[in-house]
Design a protein around this ligand. Sequence first.
Ligand SMILES: *Cc1c(COP(=O)(O)O)cnc(C)c1O
Length: 463
Amino acid sequence: MNKNVFYRKIPKVDILLEEERIRQLICRYSKETVMESIRKETDRLRAFIGKCEDEKEIEAAIGGLTDAIGQTVEEMHTPNMRPVINGTGTILHTNLGRAPISPEHMKRIAEVACGYSNLEYNLEAGRRGERYSHFEELLCKLTGAEAAMAVNNNASSVMLILSSLAKGGEVVVSRGELVEIGGKFRIPDVMEQSGATLVEVGTTNKTHYDDYKNAITEETKALLKVHTSNYRIVGFTESVEIDELIGLAGEHELPIIEDLGSGVLIDLAKYGLTHEPMVQESIAKGADVVCFSGDKLLGGPQAGIIIGKKKYIDKMKKNQLTRALRIDKFTATALELVLQEYLSEEKAVKNIPVLRMITEPKEEMEKKAKNLVRMLRRTGFAARFQVMPCESQIGGGSLPLERIPSYAAAISPEEMSVPELEEKMRHLPVPIIPRTANDTILLDVRTIDSRQFKVIADQFRSM
Ligand SMILES: *Cc1c(COP(=O)(O)O)cnc(C)c1O
């Protein structure tokens, strides 16, 4: 086969640029990306002609050049980061963006972020203000703390607290609390980065008051408690609570720091879950500095919230590291909005998506699952659809043993395998991430907003 005949059939760039479809692409996107795509696609076509031995296939590839260029340009201009539907039933899914923000809050965030705002401007005084001012009072009111601030995430909180209060000194922490949180965040490593030396006391399962007492030296700068939110040692265990450490800390004038991980402001036991230590309780017990995540059980934006005694928080606000870890206007706005919801527990549970998903009764889930199944059956997709009981989990390293009774739409495909369907679902325009169990695909409705049901059904129809 004489390949030169085909190479010569590839349209030249100036010819391509005159095609209507290409002209439209330039108008809609940019000349630069269209040119780049033309180069990329003609190179690809040349390579294809080089190795293909089927004339028909080569002709088809040449005929499809414009389409291929269009597709490449469109891909370049389509954001890769996109919404997905979470059918896994894991509420704080670390890989799927952790806590969803409420659409009402997002509207307000957009209003603030699209223009100028009083982020660091005191409107009363007409001069420079503080970015924490928008939510500091609220945090103090809700938690009983004297002062508050926020940084980028809770790992930053730990780093900033230790760097401000214990740099160059020692920090005493129980061996049973030296946790690794997902993504290789290890408390001991963060401590080292902050310039504080870790002094481990006790054993994995037991730490006593005397262990802390005997570890205190001239170099000790703080006592650290870490809430091991992502695992539980059960059985023969003992740990020392903050209220038991107060006397000891006071005697040596050492701050007690507590990293709570998930920040819970309401009593989850009221909703049938295990009681998770509340932020208010830590402050009431006498912790001097407490930190927690903004986007775990609190249900807000990614942030690390630090509260406690004013003299310590002031030190952190002055630390140069704060500048590197500071939150932006999106976070500041979102934090104030989510914290305001907590002024009424009833409102918080209704308006904060994470809390709503955690507390919705299973009867509600059954109704939701029935609806989804009904809609899926009408799509004509070749599968058996059923309502099936299942269990949701909290995720995000919070309450690891907790299982919340829920319901799912169970899908058993008839013309493809479960892995095949799972892959297809991942490649939909709005990807659907399911849970797979015993050769069925489960869509746990607890983590799916009913408003997404139509999108799910339409996409199943399109498959
Ligand atoms: C999750 C967690 C962190 C880290 O919080 P991020 O907001 O993910 O940075 C730190 N400490 C504890 C105990 C945690 O559970």
